[in-house]
Design a protein around this ligand. Structure first.
Ligand SMILES: [Zn+2]
Ligand SMILES: [Zn+2]
Length: 223
């Protein structure tokens, strides 16, 4: 087994990506601990999150949506290679672990993922966020709860709507009926862009009693 990025033989075959390539992954500049976007304040939390606090509590991303992650994610979506999935999940876990080492964030009580609507699930055959979340839950030794939330069908095409309208629409998409009283939840997504989806889900989780929501994603991008 060789490294998926540099093709050098792997010391630990199941890792998929060698340590050197992990070290060489593009580092995000100073990012806000809550939203994961770059900012230039001296504080940990950016001005956007201070103005309008998201429903989630912290976000950990591996990198921006650029090479080489972009290529790997693409590869995974179209070839569905399980080794790629494990390598990506491992990168997410390492990013979370580093944040835990530096800031002491808590281990969650359970791990869930952004749900796909079942029609999309059937047509695609898998939910990437779910495939990433499962090994992470195992490594954390926590319950994996992929069906915590239900997702309704998206009736209108979001592309033609204003930004506010999109956010409002997304808010009505998800519902959670579980009792999460005093639970700390880790929510896994592959790529976070506007943040509308994870915010709508986090709101539902908090409404169901969750005390904390951590977001772990592969890429955080504003595009
Ligand atoms: Zn490599
Ligand atoms: Zn922020």
């Amino acid at each position: 087994m060789r490294c998926m990025l540099c093709n050098m033989p792997l010391y630990l075959p199941n890792h998929g990506i060698c340590n050197q390539c992990i070290k060489n992954l593009p580092k995000l500049d100073k990012v806000c601990y809550q939203c994961g976007l770059p900012h230039s304040l001296a504080t940990d939390i950016c001005y956007r999150c201070r103005e309008e606090k998201p429903y989630w509590d912290e976000l950990v991303a591996v990198s921006d949506y650029i090479h080489p992650l972009k290529k790997l994610i693409h590869h995974f979506k179209f070839n569905q290679r399980i080794e790629v999935n494990m390598a990506l999940a491992r990168l997410m876990f390492l990013a979370w672990y580093q944040r835990r080492q530096s800031l002491g964030i808590d281990k969650p009580d359970l791990v869930t993922c952004v749900p796909l609507h079942h029609i999309r699930y059937w047509s695609r055959g898998f939910n990437q966020a779910q495939l990433l979340a499962k090994p992470i839950a195992k490594w954390l030794n926590r319950d994996f709860a992929p069906y915590l939330l239900a997702r309704k069908h998206q009736a209108v095409d979001q592309k033609n709507l204003s930004l506010e309208r999109r956010a409002l629409n997304v808010e009505k998409l998800f519902s959670c009926k579980q009792n999460l009283l005093n639970k700390s939840v880790m929510l896994i997504d592959d790529i976070v862009t506007s943040g509308n989806t994870i915010n709508a889900i986090s709101k539902q989780l908090k409404n169901c009693g969750a005390i904390r929501v951590q977001i772990i994603c592969l890429c955080r991008t504003v595009l």
